[in-house]
Write a protein that binds this ligand. Structure first.
Ligand code: PLP
Length: 439
């Protein structure tokens, strides 16, 4: 009998008791390979553990209403030294949803202080995920996650995602499709009135709700120029795809653009501490600094020293051990192994991703791209079958429209070697076949 309200009440959970490298161990001694996106350095990394011990001995907490701390300042310096062009300051929070909430309020306050208070409309994309707090959920575009909370959500306009497998026409080149997908933003801005639009929010590579969907061609260059044309802020959510996951520190580097506001989380703390951050451009900072003199927001645990120590140690380790190079190398292996294992599979419709961030989408019929019946809950079955084989991946349903479709996200740690990638794909292959064979 548990007194915890767990995420899912139906099935009892194994008890995690230990972690070493890419492996987690439960109380029965079973080991699980952790390829579920957060743990970028694996578990128990000595450099992060040492940094946390040292920080705990020095200072565990000082309220940010009274103090800054050395470790928070160093983390901010490190983040800005490697930030996309123009981003000059960091707001340090405790996770991805908090980062998104702060980003939305920052955008709104920026325009209020700029003398454009009529800007209130947020535009985002269907099939995206930005977090579960009310603001983040409102911009998120997953119909199932939003449905019962709809009456509580701030109004957001959603446009089509840039989702090649589902939306690119057979006769359309990448360039034509990228142009059409980006045009949806301009059309929406025109429809709602350009002077009312606050920001466009998008995941650079869509994670949880679509399955590692990268943009096509110059989609984000076009998005950037549309935002510039209408004075709309571009908020990129790299909570899942950022911090090295795609082979560059920021996913948007590969698209050749910089946002006005960038959110990061998961890979920043690597699971060692709850931490997220909002990176903002100089103009926003200066607007606040020369205007009200504050960002009207705040939480008790902003810039928590222990969280900052973890974030700093993770970033330093990724740089020192040249792990982005390994993400790119092992990412190519992951891509190749997934293609070998699944490309002729009758129920695999698409394999996509970047770096160590891949998605496999399942279909009942390949030619028609027809998804499985949602009531079959293939994704839930796949998660169980993978866990039974000692593999933690991230299967999810609703890939197509929030209800129909199943995919799995595969996101191994950056310390992975060839053997680990092979083990992940082998176990995943067995789990997929077992899940599909189940009634
Ligand atoms: C892209 C994206 N944004 C925001 C979030 C929310 O982050 P958190 O769960 O840390 O609140 C997530 C979590 O999966 C995410 O993938």
């Amino acid at each position: 009998m548990t007194h915890i309200l767990h995420r899912s009440i139906a099935a009892p959970l194994p008890i995690a008791v230990g972690g070493a490298g890419p492996w987690l161990t439960d109380s029965t001694g079973r080991r699980y390979l952790d390829a579920s996106a957060v743990s970028c350095l694996g578990h128990g990394h000595p450099a992060v553990v040492a940094a946390l011990h040292a920080q705990l001995d020095r200072l565990a907490y000082a309220h940010t209403a009274f103090f800054t701390t050395e470790v928070a300042e160093r983390l901010a310096d490190t983040l800005i030294a490697s930030a996309p062009a123009g981003l000059s300051h960091v707001y340090l929070v405790s996770g991805g949803s908090e980062a998104m909430e702060a980003a939305l309020k920052m955008a709104r306050q920026f325009f209020v202080e700029k003398g454009e208070p009529q800007r209130r409309t947020l535009i985002a994309r269907r099939q995206s995920y930005h977090g579960n707090t009310l603001g983040a959920l409102a911009v998120g575009g997953n119909a199932w996650r939003r449905a019962q909370f709809q009456p509580l959500l701030i109004e957001t306009q959603h446009i089509e995602p840039c989702f090649a497998y589902h939306c690119q026409r057979a006769d359309e080149s990448d360039a034509t499709y990228a142009a059409r997908a980006a045009q949806a933003l301009e059309d929406k801005i025109q429809e709602v009135g350009p002077e009312t639009v606050l920001a466009f929010v998008a995941e650079t590579v869509v994670g949880a709700t679509a399955g590692a969907v990268p943009p096509v061609g110059d989609y984000f260059k076009r998005i950037r120029s549309i935002c510039d044309r209408y004075g709309v802020l571009l908020i990129l959510d790299e909570v899942m795809c950022g911090m090295g996951r795609t082979g560059t520190l920021h996913a948007c580097e590969q698209d050749g653009i910089a946002p006005d506001i960038l959110t990061i989380a998961k890979g920043l703390g690597g699971g060692y501490q709850p931490i997220g951050a909002v990176l903002l451009k100089q103009e926003i900072y200066e607007r606040f600094a020369n205007g009200s003199g504050l960002f009207q927001h705040g939480h008790t645990y902003l810039g928590h020293p222990m969280a900052c120590a973890a974030g700093l140690a993770v970033l330093e380790t990724v740089a020192r051990d040249n792990l982005l190079e390994n993400v790119r190398r092992q990412g190519r292996r992951l891509r190749d192994r997934l293609h070998e294992r699944f490309k002729n599979h009758p129920h695999v419709g698409d394999i996509r991703g970047r770096g160590l961030f891949y998605g496999v989408e399942f279909v009942a019929h390949r030619a028609a791209k027809e998804p499985f019946e949602p009531k079959r809950k293939l994704h839930a079955r796949l998660k169980r079958e993978a866990m039974d084989r000692g593999l933690l991946v991230y299967p999810m349903g609703g890939t197509v429209d929030g209800t129909r479709g199943d995919h799995v996200l595969v996101a191994p740690p950056f310390i992975a070697d060839e053997a680990l990638i092979d083990t992940i794909v082998d176990r995943l292959g067995e789990a997929v076949d077992a899940a599909l064979a189940a009634p």
